[in-house]
Design a protein around this ligand. Structure first.
Ligand code: SAH
Length: 217
């Protein structure tokens, strides 16, 4: 089957059928070519609903998980989005389709460089990259940005990092898996005035968020 057809089946069978209804999220998942973001020898598996190895002990997230998390962000075209854990850059592309700009942070340099290269090749010009500890948010990143409308963390944290809450705009939404090193709950934090409203969206399993306000190693 052609990649395009495989992608359509992925969206129908694993994303739409499992309850994601937001048209623009489905369209972005139909558009972004996941096979471009996985190592060549795994391309034939690119449209299965599973995480895949991208080297350095890291994984490209499961498509369904990307869809749920992005859906929970309730993105608007004018949103500035902070993404922690660029990884392959796949989710970065989905976010870039649905927002004004994406500020993405990755701690492993080679992954960040690969992701940047692919995203530039695909002509995205609304993505900014930072290599470093994303538990500190966009601190020290370029161009400077102090507040984000939406924040998405695609690695598992013991708790919600305070720096990220500080960089969330009023009315903003943060999505993050928190819990133990191996199993977590998908948490949504909404900031309303100076209140944080937290909801739990069920179990998940992510690679660890490693850094000052994450796991040690
Ligand atoms: N959304 C990505 C997920 C990659 S896995 C994708 O689908 O490809 C999570 C990524 O978070 C890994 O690449 C890992 O290196 C990165 N990561 C872990 N701790 C981090 C931190 N403190 N700051 C930035 N990135 C981090």
């Amino acid at each position: 089957m052609k990649f395009e057809d495989q992608r359509r089946s992925m969206v129908e069978d694993h994303i739409k059928r499992r309850g994601i209804e937001t048209e623009k999220v489905l369209n972005a998942m139909l558009k972004v070519e996941r096979h471009m973001f996985v190592p060549e020898d795994l391309r034939h598996l690119a449209y299965r609903d599973s995480p895949l190895s991208i080297g350095q002990g890291q994984t490209i997230s499961q498509p369904y998980m990307v869809a749920i998390m992005v859906d929970l962000l309730q993105l608007n075209p004018q949103d500035k989005v902070l993404e922690i854990g660029t990884g392959s850059g796949y989710q970065t592309a989905i976010l870039a389709e649905l927002s004004q700009s994406v500020y993405t942070v990755e701690r492993i340099e080679i992954l960040a460089r690969n992701a940047k290269e692919i995203l530039e090749e695909l002509d995205y010009n609304n993505i900014y990259f930072k290599i470093g500890d994303g538990t500190e948010g966009w601190e020290g990143g370029y161009p400077p940005c102090k507040e984000f409308d939406k924040i998405i963390v695609s690695a598992a944290a013991p708790d919600v990092p305070g720096s990220l809450l500080n960089q969330l705009a009023d009315g903003g939404i943060l999505v993050i898996p928190t819990g133990s090193r191996y199993f977590q709950d998908l948490i949504v934090v909404e900031k309303r005035k100076d209140k944080f409203i937290t909801t739990n969206h069920g179990g998940c399993a992510f690679v660890p968020l490693i850094g000052k306000q994450g796991w040690d190693n």
